[in-house]
Design a protein around this ligand. Sequence first.
Ligand code: SF4
Ligand code: FE
Length: 482
Amino acid sequence: MALMTGEQYVESMRKLNLEVYMFGEKIENPVDHPILRPSLNSVKMTYDLAQIPEHEALMTVTLPDGRKINRFNNIHMSTDDLRNKVKMQRLCGQKTAACFQRCVGMDAFNAQYSTTYDIDQKYGTHYHENFKKYLHYIQETDFTVDGAMTDPKGDRSLAPHAQADPDLYLRVVERRDDGVVVCGAKAHQTGIINSQEVIVMPTIAMGPDDKDYAISFAVPTDAEGIFMIIGRQSCDTRKLEGSQIDVGNSEFGGVEALTVFDHVFVPNDRIFLNGETEFAGVLVERFAGYHRQSYGGCKVGVGDVLIGAAAVAADYNGAAKASHVKDKLIEMTHLNETLYCCGIACSAEGQPTESGNYLIDLLLANVCKQNVTRFPYEIARLAEDIAGGLMVTAPSEKDLKDPKIGPVVEKYLKGISTVSTENRLRILRLIENLTLGTAAVGYRTESMHGAGSPQAQRIMIARQGNLAKKKKLAKAIAKIEE
Ligand code: SF4
Ligand code: FE
């Protein structure tokens, strides 16, 4: 089975024995939990879209051996592949208005593919074979894989081995003939509760003393010793109220979890890096590069929904013809498409690696993500401007539906006469969801810190920007001879 349907995906998640905690309790059935289910639906969309003929070309890839796989499990073998990846992510963002979580696995696969090859070239290890075998398994099962990079990191001024608590970076605690045992945690794990597998990678460049921390591997998410603690999102408990309007986006969402690895065994054939410390930084740089490209797709798709919502709100207010409103919608579109330009550009300028797969242009991918740390905030600000204050002062769905209060709400919160108050509130709640509610986690703060905080991109931009060449250009024009 190389392609699962959405329903088969949901059923396969049901079969997992995940250890998930939320609000201090163990969640026995995360698949059907009202707070968590929307995040599963977002991942399910990556399966559903692959079944629709109209989207098949974008959502699937036919490999040279004839196997048809979901593009989320693809190794990019051309700049076309890289571009199609971004287009697919924009589509998924448009259909969910949320983080659909499956990109971290795809980005991990592509970073692992070239890095394991490079390590083997230098050390004669067998990581690339291990990884290819694993990838084949994932492509066949059509599983969703979480790419787990971010360690808790403790004191940021200290290297992994120098932390007061040695578990603040995930590490090997026991080496056996048949594998290793690891301890530690990965923070902010997008979608881990909706993934069948997890690929763990180091989070920073490492020195020779960090050998035990330079470890990368894959395990099932329900492997013994793994447990997850769900992160709170603003307005998350609205999902427990049974209201469709107040949550803004009743069907889709994202989810993050602190994931703990308490003495988890990893068999040898699932290890992709083990002590070759100088490759930790390479893996981080490549994974981060791919994920910074990703944001030029997914956030743009979510931005499309937010721009559309702002335009609908303007229509319902009778303000659509106001020149300043039109101009704000143009500005939002300009910002959003600028992000898309960056995602497409770093893809189009991609280059093959030694291993054969394609890497994005790292400078452009970092510029892409740097813009993502800013533009969604401005788009959100403009959406709030157009929406008006009612977005945060409107009464609840229960008031609207109440026999006594409802008609009053209906009467006084009406916009143009041809549109119901209910529809007006629906669109305002969607804007609230994206800018202040559960989806703001993905659209705002994740835009800031996901795939690395702004300073991480500035370091890469400084490294890749080739200032020396630019100085030479200036001196040549100014006829300076030294
Ligand atoms: Fe994919 Fe975007 Fe979510 Fe990252 S933030 S997993 S790129 S949807
Ligand atoms: Fe992310």
